[in-house]
Write a protein that binds this ligand. Structure first.
Ligand SMILES: C[S@@+](CC[C@H](N)C(=O)[O-])C[C@H]1O[C@@H](n2cnc3c(N)ncnc32)[C@H](O)[C@@H]1O
Length: 284
């Protein structure tokens, strides 16, 4: 029997998206690289109890399993049964005895307080609906002095979307930043407000050149579901505004074109925070 979660509309769309992507998700090496870096920055070591949130096809869990060894344990959670199936198949093929996967919503997890040495989340945090409440929830599961490590793109990531957002703002249509977190400072504040300390954001430059046509294909905005945002932002504009806004969007991208194409920034952030040693449990 296929496991099922009862999800709201928005989350069901995400689960469906990743169920569809699950067969080809591992075709690129990019996500694996990100997971390795996150493990390094969050100083995962032998014996650690790890929770990997939005585990996908299990890149981070499989790497962490090797590092924590037999005295450690790694649990991966995800809302996509398709992604988890890939993860479980890989763990089974490697005969890993210290890993476990659970079909669960990151925002409604239920673990005993002070269970994990590390809570990690790669390429998933922007999807969460209520980030502040979710961080407070995860804080409870972390042991005092434990680390949280979250990877997310920077707000400057994805040129087509960044330019689209800037142009629409001129017409009074406000869209979420690409990382749905905002600036470096806003991100730090979010983690501090969930009672993490020593919050540090390490950045890494990623990106590639796009053809002008591909960059222009971002007109219309995210094809992904985005919480708290109109699904069809262009429907807010009149015919005349639409024409003008599109011309501005295209001109902006044309101005960014070089011989190699349009630079598509995918600057990456690794947010690392610590649960204070003398932390008192607080309710979310
Ligand atoms: C881009 S993939 C990242 C997978 C993996 N962490 C990696 O870096 O390869 C995002 C994953 O987050 C999962 N996801 C999104 N929202 C979630 C939620 N609320 N709870 C649990 N998983 C979620 C998706 O199903 C998907 O597998």
């Amino acid at each position: 029997m296929v496991e099922q979660l009862s999800l709201n509309n928005y989350k069901q769309k995400i689960a469906d998206l990743y169920n569809q992507r699950s067969q080809t998700y591992d075709d690129t090496n990019w996500h694996l690289q990100i997971c390795r870096r996150l493990l390094e920055y969050s100083q995962v070591s032998s014996g650690h109890q790890i929770l990997d949130i939005g585990t996908g096809t299990g890149h981070l869990v499989l790497e962490a399993s090797r590092i924590v060894g037999n005295s450690g344990r790694v649990i991966g959670v995800d809302i996509s049964a398709g992604m988890l199936e890939q993860a479980r198949d890989k763990a089974e093929a490697l005969d890993l005895g210290n890993v476990e996967f659970q079909l669960a919503d990151a925002e409604l997890l239920n673990f005993p307080a002070n269970s994990f040495d590390r809570i990690l989340c790669a390429n998933t945090f922007p999807w969460l609906e209520n980030k502040a409440a979710t961080l407070r929830l995860w804080h409870q599961f972390l042991k005092p002095d434990g680390l949280i490590g979250v990877h997310t793109p920077a707000e400057t990531a994805y040129v087509g979307y960044v330019v689209f957002r800037e142009v629409l703002a001129r017409y009074g249509v406000m869209l979420e930043p690409s990382n749905r977190l905002g600036t470096f400072e806003e991100c730090r504040k979010l983690f501090l407000s969930a009672c993490f300390e020593a919050v540090e954001i390490k950045t890494e430059q990623h990106g590639s050149y796009l053809s002008l046509d591909k960059a222009k294909a971002a007109w219309g905005g995210n094809s992904f579901p985005t919480p708290g945002q109109p699904e069809k932002p262009l429907s807010r504009l009149s015919e005349a505004q639409l024409e003008q806004a599109k011309a501005e969007f295209e001109a902006e991208l044309e101005a960014r074109q070089t011989e190699q194409g349009v630079w598509d920034d995918v600057t990456t952030w690794y947010v690392i925070g610590r649960k204070p040693k003398n932390s008192i449990l607080h309710s979310s």
